[in-house]
Design a protein around this ligand. Sequence first.
Ligand code: ZN
Length: 210
Amino acid sequence: MGTNDIRNIYCIGRNYKLHALELGNEVPEEPLVFTKPSHAVISMDGNTVELPGNVGEVHFELEIVLRVGQAYEQGMDAELCIDAMALGLDLTLRDVQSKLKAKGQPWLAAKGFRNSAPISNWLPYPGAAALAETEFVLLRNGEEAQRGKAADMIFNVSELIKYVGDHYGLGVGDIIYTGTPAGVAALHDGDQLQALWAGSPVGSCSVKLA
Ligand code: ZN
């Protein structure tokens, strides 16, 4: 499946305690779900990703992304829906988001802009146990910016699939960004980003703020 075949993009906010706290947010009692348009997707294959450079800070958030290969049905073993995983960046216009939050307005302008969802290569889904303990890392210009593992999620993969499937539906081609660990920060023009899964590079891009 290529980036053109992606349908709904669900994203989970505040799914790692340390990240929720670093932005001064409460740790949620149920999953916080938002969406991005499918037009937000762009691959991470060594390409240049153009992003808005004139509306305040653009933050990176590296996340495990799950791909739905079989439609969700209530009562099923939730993990059977997932056929692949990737690492993705949930890029966020943080200053825009802060203004929207203050006004109680939806996050689309901060989270759904074009190229706000870069995605690495797809990997076979390794199962919950292996996923939980495998570390993922974002390198910026060769230096570690974020490191996380699914074991630190507040809501685990099965809970997320069940929640999103029951409330909104999950069909083939849908993907879920599962939340970011701590360490988010603003991108700079020319940054080189590399996503590592279990120590191996799975996606990279350079940033152009225009
Ligand atoms: Zn995120």
